[in-house]
Design a protein around this ligand. Structure first.
Ligand SMILES: *Cc1c(COP(=O)(O)O)cnc(C)c1O
Length: 386
């Protein structure tokens, strides 16, 4: 495919022209093993854990979108992140974004800690804090930008420059942005990881994880781990992710537009104490994200007056669903302190701002007016009830 084409075009074209029959939708190779033409020969496929044609289309597709040399598909975002953490060994140290995805915190803090992997959690929107946290045994910086749920923005270029000088890898969890909005490898990162369950597949119908690496050497290491551990994405789910990715550009365009409208509206509501959305001029991440991405994403967090109102809002929304997860075409609302971030120490959580007044929206593709009307009635009813 023409490398100069835009990301949205590349996404639509994933799998097109790749099957000998001319099938526009690349087939699902629902298959575990492949016959050898002769001793010592292979069709390129031997066993589906090691490689599967449908998975290959997805893996090559995400590598192309992110401008990397190789892509990998896993059974979930957590499987992808776990695979990357296996690049490290006992005594290695990571610098990690402090308000990161709760599951990533849990796997580092409760699982990998048992194998002697060390981690320091810092506010990665402050490059000096990142620099101070780097030690002799630091092997990688794991960033989320914007973070979850406070949407703080890290300077990926600055941090990866600093990391490279010290021989430290930069890994970016780009789930919130997708390659359509931000391409961390072009900013200097070494590895990009996704929960493709979210914006990439976009329909709340599949769990998947993706990894893209910037060079062959990392590609070899990650492939060895993918094949050794085996948390690969099955062919049916690969097909669902490919199908979802075709509409990445149009979905995200609409989601951005809706998110901007909602964030601006929320910031005018007297019952809303604070709005976190990097697309707001007043947001601390606005300028930086403008430089390193081509949009601000579709996650909007906001604080109401107290816990009672927060709980009522969740009960009163009608069009918007009270559900975990994010990135799908349907608008969802969650309560980070009690759902996605329950594994964090409560005082730490409170210090960061993930308090019992904070709600997080994942904005979908519905009509913006309908979404505003739902939020308006929910906020009003919640206030009257409490
Ligand atoms: C959901 C999510 C993950 C984990 O992905 P799963 O597909 O749920 O395993 C990791 N990082 C971020 C930012 C996420 O939102």
């Amino acid at each position: 495919m023409d490398q100069t084409m835009k990301t949205s075009t590349k996404a639509v074209q994933i799998g097109v022209g790749k099957d000998a029959t001319g099938a526009m939708s690349f087939p699902i190779y629902q298959n575990a093993t492949f016959a050898h033409p002769a001793f010592g020969q292979s069709t390129g496929y031997d066993y589906s854990r090691s490689g599967n044609p449908t998975r290959k289309v997805l893996e090559e597709g995400i590598a192309l979108l992110d401008g990397g040399v190789r892509g990998f598909a896993y059974s979930s975002g957590m499987a992808a992140i776990t695979n990357l953490l296996l690049l490290f060994k006992q005594g290695d140290h990571l610098v990690v974004t402090e308000d990161l995805y709760g599951g990533t915190f849990r796997v580092i803090d409760k699982v990998f800690v048992k194998y002697g992997l060390e981690a320091t959690y810092v506010d990665t929107s402050d490059p000096d804090a990142v620099a101070r946290a780097i030690r002799e045994n630091t092997r990688a910086i794991l960033l989320e930008a914007p973070t979850n749920p406070l949407l703080k923005v890290a300077d990926i270029r600055k941090i990866s420059d600093m990391a490279r000088e010290k021989g430290v890898l930069t890994i970016v969890d780009n789930t919130f942005m997708t390659p359509y909005l931000m391409q961390p490898l072009a900013l200097g990162a070494d590895i990009v990881v996704y929960s493709a369950t979210k914006f990439i597949s976009g329909h709340n119908d599949v769990l998947a994880g993706l990894v893209v690496v910037k060079d062959e050497e990392l590609g070899k290491q990650v492939y060895f781990l993918q094949n050794s551990v085996g948390a690969v994405l099955g062919p049916q789910d690969c097909w669902l992710v490919i199908r979802g990715m075709k509409t990445l550009g149009v979905r995200i365009d609409r989601q951005l537009e809706n998110a901007q409208t909602i964030a601006e509206w929320l910031s005018r509501q007297p019952g809303v104490r604070r709005v976190y959305y990097p697309g707001l001029q007043t947001d601390p991440g606005n300028r930086l994200l403008r430089e390193q991405a081509r949009g601000f994403g579709a996650m909007v967090s906001f604080e109401v007056a107290d816990r009672c109102i927060a709980e009522k809002v969740l009960a009163k929304v009608k069009l918007i669903s009270f559900a975990e997860s994010l990135g799908g075409v349907e608008t969802l609302i969650t309560y980070p302190a009690f759902q996605t971030h329950t594994d964090m120490d409560p005082t730490e959580r409170e210090r960061m701002g993930i308090n019992d007044r904070l709600l997080r929206l994942s904005v979908g593709i519905e009509d913006a007016g309908d979404l505003l009307a739902d939020l308006e009635q929910a906020l009003k009813e919640a206030k009257e009830d409490s």
